[in-house]
Design a protein around this ligand. Structure first.
Ligand code: GLA
Ligand code: ZN
Length: 665
């Protein structure tokens, strides 16, 4: 089996058989078959069980389980097993351990205890990859390679001396000379001029704020350093196991922002990601939807793989809430609604020992005679029917720009508000669209924007000239362009664009801003029409720009708050939001913008709390309806419901927490 994605909606998960005695393995395979599990990710944390001493390998157990899985018809996403070095390696080579911002070594005893640039770690990891690829490249169970695991989850940034050396080399490639670096980093400020490359260190903890461009370049460097690691392992797989797809699981969650995945996608054959619901977020379901739309954006619109999520509680939140009954199915299908064709869980069987023993799994401590396992079995039956939509694409005519480098810059030291999250505007607008049944692609500014009807530029603080031009080109091609406060402020070196904010978009928007008036998390400002939150600005509308709403109180009373500059000819309008309006005002504004762009929701009159998307494939289409409320909801739609396995005639009645996937006529 050498093809991925498969022809069915594949269900699977992380499988750690080394934690269990062998008789359990046979039961595992039988239960996997019962639940329609068609793949497992194997060996992710198995290094010390595969190589118990330097150059001594124990493959018998892996041979055995691979054979059993193959005999059971389960495909394997085989790990290179390099996510966590074994104790013997860090004992022999303590220099592979990562170092934190204060210079403290992070000791072995948990996982991912390796420095991203360590040549010693790299050598051992590549050697293990070589062994595995040599031994298993023809194994019939092998369907995909899973390199490492969640790069950067715990070991970035590392501030060690080895990283300092690699950082200097990286800088020498980026800047032609020290003069160029001094200029880019603005070292005329605070006596920071460098006169020798050796003087440059990682941005370790200093007396006060580090240089923002130094910090930004360290984030760029750190992401690249791990990418080099993927490249090194991938090169071995390409050489020894050609034709088998390679992935590494991304983390496209709200709280993980260490890697610029835009740079990473060319190195994976299938975009895969992990997603966990964080209860402390103000809008956890909307975050799940944002994550799915971002993952699809990274995949260029193609179907993607959800490598991990949870059947129920996790183990790493202050209180680890169990999911509602029914939510295991609903959450899985929420990812399918946003383009996932493969659904994986962490993990198959709940551990008895270790720090994840209270993390839910497909087979819980109670065993297969449990509501949770039965729910997965039910999903297995549904997945069988959903096979027909595998390969189809999610329909979207709206783009929301997301740029990890802009986020990094916005999270730098000493901003007008350190309390304003870099994704506040993006997520608020995404959520408002999602509530109206309008799906957005969350894409990088380098994506082709010209085919979208609406392009949202939310808090894109740092923007290159090229990306600013791409936004203007989208407007010229007819898109409604929506720019929010604190966008287009700085260039790629994080130098402010002068002459009035937002320097990169001033002409497009026809506005000029002289000063920011951030409001903070609890501040609000009255608008002529609604309330502004988080932010306000002293905006001047240039001739030809319409003022849609003004500030109605405070120092900016009477000044423009929301504006629109009509495009000439076929060009779309450019809308500017200098504040984040309250939900109702934002919603009404988006209705106008969507109407101007001719964008319709997936279904009309969507009840509150129901999520919808549409996937299509040429003439065929499937409508997803997910009821996140505790009450029955009724939606006017028709088709054959693949979840209920029954035709729908007249309105769809969604049970509380229920899901329908309609094959439309
Ligand atoms: C991550 C890891 C898994 C597991 C889960 C727990 O996603 O990749 O190994 O630790 O978290 O939620
Ligand atoms: Zn390091």
């Amino acid at each position: 089996m050498r093809s991925w994605p498969t022809k069915t909606l594949a269900l699977g998960g992380d499988y750690n058989p080394e934690q269990w005695p062998r008789p359990v393995w046979d039961e595992d395979i039988e239960l996997m078959q019962r639940a329609n599990i068609s793949f497992v990710s194997l060996g992710i944390f198995s290094w010390s069980w595969l190589e118990p001493a330097k150059g001594e390998y124990e493959f018998e157990w892996l041979d055995t389980i691979l054979d059993k899985l193959h005999a059971g018809g389960i495909a394997v996403d085989l790990a290179t097993a390099t996510a966590t070095p074994p104790p013997w390696l860090s004992a022999a080579h303590p220099e592979i351990l990562p170092v934190d911002v204060d210079g403290h070594t992070l000791w072995p005893g948990s996982r991912q205890t390796w420095c991203p640039t360590s040549p010693v770690f790299r050598e051992y990891a590549v050697a293990l990859t070589r062994q595995l690829a040599t031994r298993y490249h023809e194994h019939p169970a092998l369907a995909m390679w899973h390199v490492s695991n969640e790069y950067a989850c715990h070991n970035l940034p590392c501030y060690c001396d080895e990283c300092a050396r690699h950082f200097r080399t990286w800088l020498q490639r980026r800047y032609e000379g020290l003069d160029v670096l001094n200029d880019a980093w603005g070292t005329a400020f605070w006596s920071q001029r460098y006169t020798d490359w050796e003087q440059i260190l990682p941005p370790r903890r200093s007396t006060t704020f580090n240089n923002p461009t130094h910090v930004l370049d360290y984030k760029r460097f750190s992401s690249d350093a791990l990418l080099e690691h993927l490249r090194a392992e991938r090169a071995v797989l390409d050489e020894l196991s050609p034709g088998v797809p390679v992935t590494t699981n991304f983390m496209t969650l709200d709280h993980f922002r260490h890697l610029d995945y835009t740079q990473w996608t060319p190195l994976v054959d299938v975009v895969s990601t992990d997603h966990y619901i964080v209860d402390a977020l103000p809008h956890p379901r909307a975050e799940l939807a944002y994550s799915g739309d971002l993952t699809r954006g990274l995949a260029g619109g193609a179907p993607w793989m959800l490598m991990e999520h949870s059947t129920s509680a996790v183990n790493w939140q202050p209180t680890n809430h169990a999911k509602d009954f029914g939510q295991t199915i609903r959450d899985a299908l929420a990812h399918v609604a946003r383009g996932a064709d493969t659904i994986g869980w962490f993990q198959w069987r709940q551990s008895r020992a270790g720090s994840e023993k209270f993390h839910s799994a497909v087979v819980p401590h109670a065993g297969a005679d449990s509501a949770r396992f039965r729910e997965v079995e039910e999903l297995g039956r549904i997945a069988g029917r959903l096979g027909e939509l595998v390969g189809s694409r999610v329909e979207s005519r709206v783009a929301i720009l997301h740029d990890y480098q802009a986020i990094w810059a916005a999270e730098g030291p000493c901003m007008p508000s350190s309390e304003l999250d870099a994704l506040t505007a993006a997520q608020a607008i995404h959520r408002a669209l999602h509530d109206r049944g309008v799906t957005a692609d969350v894409v990088h500014p380098s994506a082709d924007l010209t085919a979208y009807a609406v392009v949202v530029v939310p808090q894109l603080y740092l923007v290159t000239d090229e990306h600013a031009a791409a936004v203007a080109a989208a407007a010229a091609a007819g898109a409604q362009v929506v720019v929010t406060y604190f966008s287009g402020i700085s260039d790629e070196n994080d130098h402010v664009r002068l002459g009035g904010y937002p320097g990169a978009f001033r002409d497009l928007l026809g506005v000029r801003v002289e000063e920011f008036f951030p409001l903070g998390p609890d501040g609000t400002v009255a608008l002529a029409d609604g309330t502004g939150t988080w932010w306000s600005e002293d905006v001047t509308a240039l001739p030809g720009t319409d003022v849609l709403t003004t500030y109605a109180a405070g120092p900016l009373v009477g000044r423009p708050a929301v504006t629109r500059r009509a495009g000439e000819g076929d060009a779309g309008s450019a809308w500017y939001l200098s504040t984040l309006p309250d939900d109702a005002t934002l919603g009404a504004l988006l209705d106008d913008i969507l109407a101007a762009g001719g964008v319709e929701p997936a279904v009309a009159d969507l009840p509150r709390g129901v999520e919808t998307t549409r996937r299509s494939d040429g003439p065929r289409s499937w409508l997803f309806l997910l009821n996140h409320t505790d009450a029955e909801q009724v939606v006017a739609a028709n088709g054959y419901d693949l979840v209920a396995d029954a035709p729908v005639d007249g309105p769809v009645r969604l049970a509380p927490g229920g899901v329908a996937v309609l094959r439309e006529d």
